[in-house]
Ligand binder design. Structure first.
Ligand code: DOR
Length: 436
C-alpha cells in the first residue's frame, strides 16, 4: 500500500553508505517518508502516520546481484512474480537476474520482456543481466549494446564459464566502453571434468565425481590477467574458495578493477553437507571445506569480497529428486540469506559486525553494479527493510514464497528476519500487518 507520508519511529537506523559522507551509520532515530522518498532521519519526527518500531532495525532495502527468476521459459520452477515475492519476503528491494532463461537473455526482446514483467509484478526492482555470448554457447558475442539500451546492468554467461580467453578479452574490451561489469562463473571445464562436488576426502568417501578447487581459482587467475590488460570491470560470481579470495585480494592491492561476491551457502556449508546425497546441497561452484568458509568470511569482513549475493536457483522435484550426479545444481537463497548471515555474525563473536553485515547486502552490491539504491540518504527513493533481529522462524515449504522448495535449510530454525519491506515507499512485504 502506498503511503503519502509516513514516519517509521523509534528504530535502530543502520545506513553503512552514510560513512562516505561523514554521516551516522548506526543510530536510534525516526525515518520520515514522503511521496515515495526518504525525506528526513532524526529524533521526534512527526507525520500523517507514525508507526512505532520499538527498536527494530531500519536498513536500506537489500540488493541481490545474482538471482535466477527462470522467466521466460521455466516458470514451473519460478517466475518473476513468485521470485520477486520471495525477494520482498527476504528483505530485498532490488534483484539482478541471470540470463540463463529459455530463451536466453542474449537480445533486446528478451531484456525488454524481463523489464516489463518486472514492472508488471510491481514488487521489487528487477534488473536483467545480459548474456556475454549468444545462447550462452561461448562462440560469438551477444548483442550487448542492444541489451544495454534495453536495461541490462551487467553481462554474464552464469551457469557456464566463458572458456575462450580470446572471446572473454573481446567481451571485456566491449563491455568497458559501456561501463558494464563482466560477471564470470569461474569454472574451468577441463579441470572440473563434470564433477558434481568438491574434490577431497568427502567425495572419495561417498563416491561422487568431483572437481578441484583450481577449476575455479585457475580461471580467476587467468581472467585477472585479462582484466589487468583490458582495464574492464571484472566481477567474480559466487566465489567459493580460499584461493579465489587470495587472488582477488592481491589483484585489488594492485589496483585492478575487480569485485567479488559470495553466497550465504558458501559461507556456512561444506562438502560434508553432501555426505547424505541431499541434492539440495549440490550447487555450482560446489560447497568446499571449513577452511574455505573461514577464508571467505575473512575476505567479506576485510572488503576483499564486496557483497553477499544469493545465487537464488530454484529447481523443481523433477530436477532434484534424482541421483546426486544427475541433479541440477542450485539452491534457493532469497528467503534464507539474512537469517543465515545473522547467525554467522552472532557466531563470529563480533568479527562480522552488524553494520558490515548490512553493508554487504546494500551499499556493497549497489556500488558493484553502480545502482542508485542501497542507502537511506534523504532524497533517495524509499527502498527499505525493517528487520526484527530476534524473530524466530523455522524454514518450511509452506513458509517459502518461492515456487520451488529446494533448500537444505528446510526444518532449520533461525533467529532474525525481515518483517517489512518497502519499495519506493510502497509496502511489498508486511509480516505483521503494521501498515495494513
Ligand atoms: O548452482 C547453480 N545454479 N550455479 C549456477 O551457476 C547456475 C545455477 C542455476 O541456474 O541453477
Amino acid at each position: 500500500m502506498a503511503q503519502s507520508e509516513l514516519v517509521l519511529a523509534n528504530g535502530r537506523v543502520i545506513d553503512p553508505a552514510a560513512a562516505r559522507t561523514g554521516g551516522s551509520v548506526d543510530r536510534h532515530a525516526d525515518v520520515r517518508i514522503q511521496d515515495g522518498k526518504i525525506v528526513e532521519i532524526g529524533a521526534g519526527l512527526r507525520g500523517a502516520r507514525v508507526i512505532d518500531l520499538g527498536g527494530l532495525w531500519v536498513v536500506p532495502g537489500f540488493v541481490d546481484l545474482h538471482v535466477h527468476l527462470r522467466e521466460p521459459g521455466q516458470e514451473y520452477k519460478e517466475d518473476i512474480v513468485t521470485g520477486t515475492r520471495a525477494a520482498a519476503a527476504g528483505g530485498f528491494t532490488t534483484v539482478c537476474c541471470m540470463p540463463n532463461t529459455r530463451p536466453v537473455n542474449d537480445q533486446r526482446a528478451v531484456t525488454e520482456l524481463i523489464v516489463r514483467r518486472g514492472r508488471e509484478a510491481g514488487l521489487v526492482r528487477v534488473h536483467p543481466i545480459g548474456a556475454i555470448t549468444v545462447g550462452l554457447e561461448g562462440q560469438a558475442l551477444a548483442e550487448i549494446a542492444e541489451m544495454r539500451s534495453a536495461g541490462i546492468v551487467a553481462i554474464s554467461d552464469d551457469g557456464r564459464p566463458v572458456m575462450n580467453a580470446g572471446l572473454l578479452r573481446r567481451a571485456m574490451e566491449y563491455a568497458r566502453t559501456f561501463g558494464l561489469p563482466v560477471v564470470q562463473h569461474a569454472e574451468d571445464l577441463d579441470l572440473a571434468e563434470g564433477g558434481s562436488m568438491n574434490e577431497g576426502a568427502v567425495a572419495t568417501r561417498i563416491g561422487v565425481r568431483s572437481q578441484p578447487v583450481c577449476a575455479e581459482s585457475a580461471m580467476v587467475a587467468r581472467d585477472l590477467e585479462i582484466c589487468g590488460y583490458t582495464g574492464a570491470h571484472y566481477h567474480v560470481a559466487h566465489a567459493s574458495a580460499a584461493r579465489t579470495a587470495h587472488l582477488v585480494r592481491d589483484a585489488k592491492r594492485r589496483g585492478l578493477p575487480v569485485t567479488a561476491e559470495v553466497t550465504p551457502h558458501h559461507l556456512v556449508l561444506t562438502d560434508e553437507s553432501c555426505s547424505h546425497y541431499d541434492t539440495n546441497t549440490k550447487v555450482m561452484p560446489p560447497l568446499r571445506t571449513r577452511a574455505d568458509c573461514e577464508a571467505l568470511l575473512e575476505a567479506l569482513i576485510d572488503g576483499t569480497i564486496d557483497c553477499v549475493a544469493t545465487d537464488h536457483a530454484p529447481h523443481s522435484p523433477v530436477e532434484k529428486h534424482v541421483e546426486f550426479e544427475c541433479a541440477a545444481p542450485g539452491m534457493l537463497g532469497l528467503e534464507t540469506a539474512l537469517p543465515i548471515l545473522l547467525e554467522l555474525a552472532r557466531d563470529s563473536g563480533g568479527k562480522l559486525s552488524i553494520p558490515r553485515l548490512i553493508e554487504v547486502f546494500t551499499d556493497g552490491p549497489a556500488r558493484v553494479f553502480g545502482l542508485p539504491s542501497g542507502t537511506l540518504a534523504p532524497g533517495v527513493v524509499a527502498d527499505l527493510t525493517v528487520i526484527d533481529p530476534d524473530r524466530v522462524n523455522q524454514v518450511s515449504t509452506e513458509g517459502l514464497s518461492s515456487r520451488s522448495k529446494n533448500t537444505p535449510f528446510l526444518g532449520r530454525t533461525f533467529r532474525g528476519r525481515a518483517v517489512l519491506t518497502m519499495v519506493g515507499g510502497r509496502t511489498v512485504h508486511d509480516l505483521d500487518g503494521r501498515l495494513a
